[in-house]
Ligand binder design. Structure first.
Ligand code: 9WN
Length: 421
């Protein structure tokens, strides 16, 4: 298929997945509005309809909780094709029924980029209205996902990381007691091959964490104290740090001095904090279980986001370049979600190996900004090849390039339009 046919197809996927101002990731498998999916979708829409891009983000923020949190799923209408739906979550934090935790905070970064690339003249107005909401969300992250002020962001659920069954969560998840869950029927395995999805033992624990948080009424301070899962995540930490830098640029552009001053203190705290995620044996940033103090031992695609987060230490750059080249010698398509040399690597099982287009976009941005255009271009070219060969799949095998998971996928289409094509 030619580039212009793929452009056309990508636009029509976004339009078909549009539910009237917000976009679902894909039909059947994910029938609601997901947080970081929507934000990447806005980036895609911005290439051909900037007003629609703003609307996507504004509708996401309609679901913001009173405490500042922006949920990972908004259940605008009940849809039996997804489990767990609103009744399992039992939340009451905002105006729209939702899940009870968040997802990687890419919004400030995309908002800043919509402002930079504005062709309508209306961006400053949209951005000014969003600024206090973004501030509230970022404050929420610092208060309740870094209560000990370590300068790293923890996730209270694998789903909050956006990288559900990453090997980094295995040990912490095993420690979660399976309790307080009703008999349930999964829906994901009826849409896609069960061999590629998380195991039942994982789902039992996913639901046990939800039950534990529901028990404390999703009160964020109580969740931080009592949640059976509390793991500092290099993915969310780096995305958050990057988002803080972009939020600062936005605040400065809008001449919001007080906000800018406050954000600078966040950046200083995070820049220092990320050191606790550095594993000197592995030579990369890894996850840290805050309940046990144990670090994980694998390089994940999030390790490469250190550059996207703006960490400019020469040792970090050279370690990541060496990992990149080692991994590139093992797989055909970069960047696998987990190290192919690690014992837990599985090329097609969800976040244990496959390639995701929007992760490649962020990693490449980091390499380019660190002056490494060659590795940035390798990521773009691989992403384009994957889409040209296998279409707009949810994710891809790093070995064969086969597409897997849901089809006609929104964020893959958005990333094609905004970057890969
Ligand atoms: C749970 C929608 C979402 C993505 C996540 C991805 C997957 C959901 C699931 O799909 O998670 O949130 O049911 O597997 O892991 O990153 O936002 O595309």
């Amino acid at each position: 298929m030619s580039h212009s046919d793929l452009d056309k197809q990508a636009r029509s996927i976004l339009i078909e997945n549009d539910q009237g101002g917000y976009t679902i990731p894909t039909r059947g498998l994910y029938p609601y509005q997901w947080n970081w999916d929507s934000v990447f979708v806005a980036l895609g829409f911005s290439t051909f309809d900037q007003d629609r891009a703003w609307q996507e983000i504004e509708m996401l923020f309609e679901g913001q909780w009173r405490d500042g949190m922006v949920p990972h799923i908004l259940f605008r209408k009940d849809d039996p094709s997804y489990f767990p739906g609103p009744s399992v979550w039992g939340t009451d934090g905002g105006a729209i029924p939702s899940s009870g935790h968040s997802q990687p905070p890419v919004a400030a970064s995309v908002v800043n980029s919509l402002v930079e690339n504005d062709r309508t003249g209306r961006a400053p107005e949209h951005a000014a209205a969003l600024l206090p909401k973004l501030m509230a969300w970022h404050r929420w992250y610092l208060s309740y996902r870094d209560p000990d002020k370590l300068g790293v962001i923890a996730v209270i659920h694998p789903w909050e990381s956006g990288r559900d069954n990453l090997p980094d969560w295995d040990e912490a998840l095993r420690a979660v007691e399976v309790r307080d869950i009703e008999p349930y029927e999964r829906k994901d395995t009826s849409h896609v091959d069960p061999a590629m999805r998380p195991h039942k033992e994982d789902y039992d624990r996913y639901l046990s964490i939800v039950a534990a948080c529901r028990k404390v009424g999703w009160d964020p301070a109580k969740v931080a104290q009592t949640c059976p899962f509390f793991v500092a995540d290099p993915g969310v930490t780096f995305i958050f740090l990057r988002a803080c830098r972009d939020l600062l640029a936005l605040a400065e552009r809008l001449e919001a001095q007080d906000e800018a001053r406050e954000i600078r203190t966040w950046i200083a705290r995070m820049e220092k904090g990320t050191r606790v995620l550095w594993n000197s044996t592995v030579k990369a940033h890894v996850a840290l279980d805050e309940r046990t103090g144990r670090q994980t031992d694998g390089v994940s695609s999030a390790s490469f986001l250190a550059l996207y987060a703006g960490l400019r230490d020469a040792d970090i750059l050279s370690a990541l370049q060496a990992h990149f080249d080692r991994i590139a010698a093992r797989v055909r398509y970069m960047m696998p979600s987990y190290d192919p040399d690690h014992r837990s690597y599985e090329p097609l099982r969800y976040w244990r190996g496959p390639v995701w287009a929007m992760i490649n976009y962020m990693i490449a941005k980091g390499f380019a900004e660190a002056g490494d255009e060659a590795r940035a271009e390798r990521l773009r070219a691989d992403t384009a090849d994957l889409i040209e060969t296998s279409g707009f799949a949810e994710y891809f095998s790093p070995e064969t390039g086969a597409g897997a998971g849901g089809g006609s996928f929104s964020w893959t289409s958005a990333i094609w339009l905004a970057w890969a094509s």
